[in-house]
Design a protein around this ligand. Structure first.
Ligand SMILES: C[S@@+](CC[C@H](N)C(=O)[O-])C[C@H]1O[C@@H](n2cnc3c(N)ncnc32)[C@H](O)[C@@H]1O
Length: 315
């Protein structure tokens, strides 16, 4: 079978099984099975696959038909123009989460403008926390955009943190992104900090064991799906992505109350909170960001017009 017919065969098999994005999926699986780049596929459509490549490709197609996400078959997903390693231990980064990065960068710039300071677009002196880091996609994208910022990336899952740490090394930001196994902010004090992998430990950031670190920016894409919605989820999500990353409670929005209350204690005055929202969580979340604790609340829609990111400033 040559590349052209292999691609046609893959598309037909996936389409027959009603798998979404069949063309893209067949292409990604073919490239993965043959260790080729996309340009090769389209410049050498007549080249024959070896029998090993053919059987590797067929096995990937069969697994995709059985419900395994493409990203678990190829082990990677793009986010913010960067390639991230993904495993079943982490949420597959979603394109809508890129809005959270945009809002965080815009709000940092606006804060400097309002304070009459030059925009610190290298992040010098900024302390950032990412709560529920998963693959590390948010923390690492911010580290790339703000090359002087120090970032604490927490997750309750040590398995997720191991993946995130690999991604930080791959993108050469491992020195500035500190991974901590923590339930929300619990591990973010010198006394409670447990460094999962061999970080040196940013001791100067914690002046005393009792004094918790305070942040300029807190970001989070928390678990926000309701358990009651589980039956209607796509099976590749429900059966293959970590429950800890998906469900925020019976309704879905329950996680936000603790996250917002703890963030209020952990932000410096004027610090910024940026959270991703579930498709219907705005009405439950916005009332948690009221004065006098919070000011300048903003909501940003995603490309589908769904309120996707909520941000606020610690008054
Ligand atoms: C929706 S995923 C987001 C992953 C990643 N930030 C992203 O945007 O793709 C939520 C993450 O929160 C973590 N998590 C769940 N409960 C937590 C808790 N109580 N404290 C810290 N992290 C938690 C999960 O393990 C998961 O990695």
């Amino acid at each position: 079978m040559d590349f052209r017919s292999a691609l046609k065969h893959g598309i037909a098999q996936l389409r027959g099984a009603r798998i979404g994005s069949d063309t893209l999926a067949a292409e990604l699986l073919l490239l993965h099975a043959t260790h080729r780049e996309r340009t090769y596929l389209y410049s050498h459509p007549e080249v024959e696959l070896t029998s090993e490549e053919e059987s590797a490709y067929q096995s990937l197609l069969d697994r995709r038909v059985s419900g395994v996400p493409v990203q678990h078959l190829t082990g990677k997903q793009e986010f913010w123009g960067l390639s991230f390693e993904v495993t079943p231990d982490v949420l597959i980064p979603r394109p809508e989460t890129e809005h959270l990065i945009e809002v965080a960068l815009d709000r940092l710039a606006l804060r400097e403008l309002r304070a009459g300071r030059p925009n610190k677009n290298d992040g010098a002196g900024l302390l950032i926390a990412d709560i529920g880091t998963g693959s590390g996609c948010i923390a690492i994208a911010l580290a790339k955009e703000l090359p002087q910022a120090q970032i604490f990336a927490c997750d309750i899952s040590s398995e997720a943190l191991a993946v995130a740490r690999c991604n930080a090394e791959k993108h050469a930001v491992g020195e500035r992104v500190h991974f901590i196994e923590s339930n929300l902010f619990e591990g973010l004090s010198l006394a409670g900090a447990r460094y999962v992998l061999p970080n040196e430990g940013p001791a100067p950031l914690f002046r005393t064991p009792e004094e918790p670190a305070r942040f300029d920016l807190i970001v989070s894409n928390p678990p926000y799906i309701g358990r009651r919605e589980a039956p209607s989820l796509a099976r590749e999500v429900r059966d293959h992505e970590p429950e800890l990353a998906l469900y925020g409670g019976e309704e879905g929005y329950e996680f936000y109350a603790g996250l917002i209350a703890q963030s209020a204690e952990r932000l410096r005055p004027g610090g910024i909170l940026v959270l991703e929202l579930g498709h219907d969580s705005r009405d439950a979340v916005q009332p948690l960001l009221e004065p006098p604790r919070w000011a300048n609340v903003g909501v940003t829609n995603d490309l589908a017009g769904i309120p996707r990111v909520i941000s606020a400033q610690r008054a």
